[in-house]
Design a protein. Structure first.
Length: 460
């Protein structure tokens, strides 16, 4: 991988001993590992999982392993791995890192502790950055901004929590490139630390979109206050004369924005687009304002931007109609991982269907969220079919309006068996997938596969 002059100017990675903490089953550490090797660093990759779990990721590093360009250490993190290390690059998936003994050992030894996104933002050239975060809708908003920019002929790259490692795109960047960066709360927790900035000066976004806020990821943050503080870090990180775009629901966050930064709070959702639901109309208005802030268009281009945003077809697993059979429609909203997202999915479908026509499949991994918003919708629906680790609590709160199915397969069969002509079955879990699935994509793909197997005459 080509290393740019900019990459060498901030911090000399050559011959540094660097530990990458967390390869990940989906290769979350692949991009940074390859980039560091290309920059001349001596790299050790450590992960608590075993080789069987990490086989797919290890296969993609096989050339570096066979040529002794990197060393891989699996199993419990051994502090001795840090001996002689100059830097520890932590995977942001590591929960409550301030309580992690391996990380604390590195800090106490004077080792520089950082993350891939801090390194990436410290080596990019003068491209402009739009950062997008929020408890829900950030992926759709990010992808929509990227879609619109490309549609109007402005080169953009989608990266971060969506789109993969920004380090993989360095060779594509020019001074005119716009980087659309989706940032999770875990990523934001690490970014722009004043002490770290002295060594790895991460570029600050010129535009920030904050889609919304609701309690989430409490298993990672420990409490809602820390989660909120992590999100709000972005508000203080905006470059001088930048722009913050706030959802009206968090307009009070304007008080956290510096006076030299412009604040835009879209007043009207942009309706009439391809995507269902008021929440997507709000996402559209925020995406449009972000593009306006970047390109500063005339009225003709403004119209084209709005039209392009409304034509955006959406991302997989986000309230997509995936199948119709025997007069019953199926919608895959597996990306719904917070209770409020399930409520928004029901509200969106209610524009097209009566609530008593909607069969909701919900539940999954327990992140500590309050699920009452989902349970409270059950009495107005055709049925709530609870799955996963939270199925019992969902059913106990929804009384006679819920069915404890536990598995996704049983939930689909039960819902389809009860569904009438004209009804809709939607998977909108309101919970993470990790109790039964590797990720939300796997959960959504199974839902789509099972929906296509439904035939009249099947039963619970």
């Amino acid at each position: 991988m080509k290393i740019t002059k900019d990459a060498r100017s901030m911090y000399d990675f050559s011959n540094k001993n660097i530990i990458v903490m967390g390869l990940g089953r989906f290769g979350g550490g692949l991009g940074i590992t390859r980039w560091l090797v290309g920059a001349g660093a001596k790299v050790i990759v450590t992960d608590t999982s075993d080789s069987e779990s990490l086989q797919a990721s290890l296969d993609r590093l096989n050339d570096l392993i066979e040529n002794n360009r990197i060393r891989v250490v699996l199993g419990p993190h051994d502090p001795s791995v840090l001996d002689g290390a100059d830097m520890l690059v932590v995977n942001p998936a590591v929960p409550m890192p301030w309580e992690n003994s391996f990380i604390e050992h590195a800090r106490s030894a004077g080792i520089l502790v950082t993350t891939e996104i801090q390194i990436a933002l410290s080596v990019i050239p003068n491209a402009r950055v739009i950062a997008v975060t929020g408890s829900a809708g950030k992926s759709t908003t990010s992808a929509m901004i990227h879609h619109v920019l490309d549609d109007i002929g402005r080169h953009s790259i989608l990266a971060g929590n969506i789109g993969g490692s920004l380090l993989n795109h360095l060779d594509e960047l020019t001074d005119d490139t716009v980087i659309v960066l989706e940032l999770s709360s875990a990523m934001l927790h690490w970014l722009w630390d004043p002490q770290l900035q002295q060594v790895l000066k991460a570029k600050k976004p010129c535009i920030a979109c904050m889609t919304n806020f609701m309690p989430n990821h409490l298993d990672w943050h420990g409490n809602v206050e820390h989660y909120e503080q992590s999100k709000q870090r972005l508000l203080q990180a905006i470059s001088t004369d930048g722009t913050v775009i706030l959802n009206h629901s968090i307009s009070s966050w304007e008080s956290h924005v510096r006076e030299d930064v412009k604040v835009v709070i879209p007043s009207d959702p942009i309706t009439g687009g391809v995507l269902l639901g008021r929440h997507n109309a709000i996402n559209t208005s925020m995406a449009v304002e972000a593009v306006f802030a970047i390109v500063k268009p005339d009225e003709h281009i403004k119209s084209k931007i709005v039209h392009s945003a409304k034509e955006f077809a959406g991302l997989p697993h986000r309230l997509n109609r995936c199948h119709v059979t025997s007069g019953v429609e199926f919608y895959n909203d597996s990306k719904s991982t917070v209770p409020d997202a399930s409520v928004r999915a029901i509200d969106a479908l209610s524009v097209k269907y009566q609530r008593e026509q909607i069969h909701l499949i919900a539940g999954g991994y327990d992140k500590g969220s309050d699920l009452s918003a989902i349970s409270d919708t059950a009495q107005a629906l055709a049925g709530l079919y609870a799955i996963g680790a939270t199925s019992e609590s969902l059913c106990s709160n929804a009384a006679d309006h819920a069915f404890q199915c536990n598995s996704l397969e049983r939930a689909i069969h039960c819902a389809f068996d009860r569904a009438k002509n004209g009804d809709v079955i939607v998977l909108s879990p309101g919970c993470a997938s990790w109790d039964q699935f590797t990720n939300y994509e796997e959960r959504g793909e199974l839902f789509e596969s099972l929906s296509k197997q439904c035939r009249r005459g099947t039963s619970c």
